[in-house]
Design a binder for this molecule. Structure first.
Ligand SMILES: NC(=O)c1ccc[n+]([C@@H]2O[C@H](COP(=O)([O-])OP(=O)(O)OC[C@H]3O[C@@H](n4cnc5c(N)ncnc54)[C@H](O)[C@@H]3O)[C@@H](O)[C@H]2O)c1
Ligand SMILES: O=C(O)[C@H](O)COP(=O)(O)O
Length: 618
């Protein structure tokens, strides 16, 4: 007696495709007989409507927000803007989303609002902590940082929660560089102190004698975007500019005429040091008692990067000793610093309240850059400024789109065939392709296989951001292999196979000669098809619900099963039979619009020629 097991889960396939059932005559394909109420054309359209890009699948098919991708697209998403954002950016957001501009939220208020938001836009003043991601309960899909530094966003927590983080890395570069130069000149000529003195009625020409810049050695620490712009400007002021950056390409440094030197050489030869590196565990407090001790006496320091790269207590000591003559600080370990902060009060220190990016032009630019990135991500496009997701160029993504759908379906199908045993530990994905490895980026395919496997058996949802992390968390080893194919490299892939090793199957025919569950699929006319199950060739379009039967191949089987289903008002969308040889075993794949009642499935199991069967939701 054959048995059937149904795994129930919300169907996330395109509903409009499932509704568009069209009757067309049976078509024969060699050894595979296919009674296909083909929905290929409609499916393509439905796919575009319901799933306009693979990232929608990656970012929006979150079971926790409901089972309809269409609803997610039709309803406007909500974007919370928690810090002042340029009007042009807000207007861009409003065209696409409901925008809630709520500034100065406490951490508690942010956590309570966030579960109603699909995106959050911040500057450096909002701490997007693990607590915030957890409070979002899976709804938050993207955090946009309207600026460069993402040290106020817990990237690990974002990744674990499948939330994309994007930033706006270029629009404030010039503003930050200009602020650095402004601080450099203002510090050297005591502008701030002299101004404050005059405003209290003094005229102290002798007290505020400055130092000249021309001919002095300026060290740029971090020759990235801002550092390079500062270097160019400082050269224009006649300074001798050198740099330290372990990761900067030497040709970039050469192009702007900056010699790259070691950290030790940099700090010991500088008259001025301008900081432009990010705050990382490695750069945290990199300027400390020891490093200040190695500097030339009377060095002057400008920081428009991040406060945390300086040990502020050590800087105060260095200022007291005179090792550091002056400092100009735009950024602080704690922002805002306390009112009695000794650095802020120090007469040889000039300060600004993190104004590096604050020009009208930069803020408009940053606002537009981040609004476009966030809207793009919510629409399902991959952002060029994603911080915590692998970058897949959009042209690669669009040609792989049908294979992305196929990968997820194959994963989903394979996992539903598992009976239990010792759990799924090892997954192999085999790509048959005419392309060389350099020409086929499979990261998104691997992520979607992982999504297909993990989502039906867990409470996590998977997207491109967290797929590898989620697999690792579950102890799932996903390996990839390529098999060469003699076809045209114009077509990215011939087929994709998913192998699950060391598992028992509830449908024995899915086990191949190697002992693994093997499912293989191809894209036909843009539609994902199952083409191999274990050792059986089949041809079933992978959408909606599927009944797979292994039977003794004999006339009348299609009619018998069809009339059981029809008699119970279960609409069949296609039937396809794959055989080993005539009158031996065959696999019949039956697409049904809805899950048949249990007694109907039982009737199929009781057909004498049916050896086993399984009901699957894709
Ligand atoms: N004050 C502001 O308002 C303001 C505005 C813009 C940027 N920033 C900050 O300025 C910094 C630089 O921004 P960017 O856009 O130029 O970034 P960037 O990524 O283009 O450049 C950073 C550079 O630092 C280098 N670097 C990394 N570790 C280093 C180390 N240990 N020693 C020396 N160099 C190291 C990197 O190789 C890179 O070239 C960031 O911290 C950013 O947050 C501040
Ligand atoms: O990293 C940045 O982009 C700057 O520090 C600017 O930060 P802000 O957006 O808070 O001004």
């Amino acid at each position: 007696m054959a048995t059937a097991t149904a795994i129930s889960r919300s169907v996330i396939g395109p509903p409009s495709a499932r509704k568009s059932v069209v009757s067309i005559p049976a078509v024969s394909f060699g050894s595979t007989v296919s009674f296909e109420r083909s929905r290929a054309a409609n499916y393509g359209q439905a796919l575009r409507l319901a799933d306009p890009s693979p990232m929608i699948s990656a970012l929006c098919s979150d079971r926790r927000v409901g089972d309809s991708r269409i609803r997610a697209l039709v309803e406007k998403p909500t974007v919370l803007v928690s810090e002042k954002l340029g009007e042009a950016g807000v207007a861009l957001l409003r065209d696409f989303a409901n925008v809630d501009c709520s500034y100065n939220l406490s951490q508690e208020e942010l956590c309570s609002k966030i579960s109603l938001c699909d995106a959050l836009i911040v500057r450096s003043g909002t701490k997007v902590t693990r607590e915030v991601f957890e409070a979002a309960r899976g709804r938050l899909k993207v955090v946009g940082r309207a600026g460069v530094g993402i040290d106020n966003v817990d990237l690990q927590a974002a990744t674990e929660n499948g939330c994309l983080v994007v930033n706006a890395p270029t629009a404030n570069t010039v503003a930050a560089a200009e602020h650095g130069i402004a601080l450099l000149a203002a510090m050297a000529r005591n502008i701030a102190q002299a101004d404050a003195s005059m405003k209290t009625g003094n005229w102290q020409r002798n007290k505020y004698v400055g130092v000249s810049l021309v001919g002095k050695t300026l060290v740029i620490m971090g020759l990235g975007k801002v550092g390079s712009e500062v270097a160019r400007r400082a050269k224009g002021l006649g300074m001798h500019v050198i740099g330290h950056d372990p990761y900067a390409p030497a040709d970039r440094a050469r192009a702007i005429g900056v010699e790259l030197v070691s950290f030790g050489e940099a700090i010991s030869s500088a008259d001025f040091i301008s900081l432009h590196m990010p705050l990382t565990p490695f750069t945290s407090k990199i300027f400390n008692d020891e490093t200040f001790g190695k500097m030339k006496k009377g060095v002057r320091i400008i920081n428009v990067a991040r406060g945390g790269v300086i040990d502020e207590d050590a800087l105060l000591r260095a200022l007291e000793k005179g090792t550091v003559a002056q400092a100009a600080l735009d950024v602080f370990t704690e922002e805002p610093p306390s009112k009695d902060n000794k650095l802020v009060q120090h007469e040889n220190v000039i300060v600004t309240p993190h104004l590096g990016a604050s020009t009208m032009e930069a803020q408009e630019g940053v606002a537009i850059e981040i609004a476009e990135a966030v809207v793009g991500a919510l629409k399902g496009e991959l952002s060029a400024t994603a911080v915590n997701a692998p970058m897949v160029p959009s042209e690669v993504l669009s040609e792989l789109a049908p294979y992305v759908v196929l990968s997820e379906k194959l994963g989903r199908l394979a996992v539903q065939l598992v009976r239990g045993g010792s759990g799924i530990k090892s997954v192999k994905v085999v790509y048959t392709t005419a392309r060389s490895p350099d020409d086929l980026d499979t990261r998104i395919l691997r992520a979607m296989v992982t999504k297909g496997i993990v989502e039906p058996i867990s409470s996590v949802f998977i997207n491109l951001v967290n797929a590898d992390y989620a697999a690792k968390q579950r102890g799932l080893r996903i390996s990839e292999e390529r098999t060469s194919h003699n076809g045209s490299p114009e077509i990215p892939l011939d087929s994709i196979q998913v192998h699950l090793s060391n598992v028992e199957s509830k449908f024995a025919s899915a086990i191949s000669n190697s002992g693994a569950i093997v499912v293989e699929g191809r894209v036909k006319d843009g539609v994902p098809h199952l083409t191999l199950l274990g050792s059986f060739s089949v041809d079933a379009s992978l959408e909606g619900n599927l009944i797979l039967c292994r039977q003794v191949d004999q006339p009348g089987m299609i009619g018998t099963v069809g009339s059981i289903l029809g008699g119970s008002n279960v609409n069949v969308s296609f039937m396809s039979v794959g055989r080993i040889a005539p009158r031996k075993h065959a696999i019949m794949a039956i697409g049904v619009d809805e899950e048949p009642p249990k007694d109907v499935l039982a009737k199929i199991g009781k057909i004498p020629a049916v050896e086993e069967f399984v009901f699957l939701e894709l």
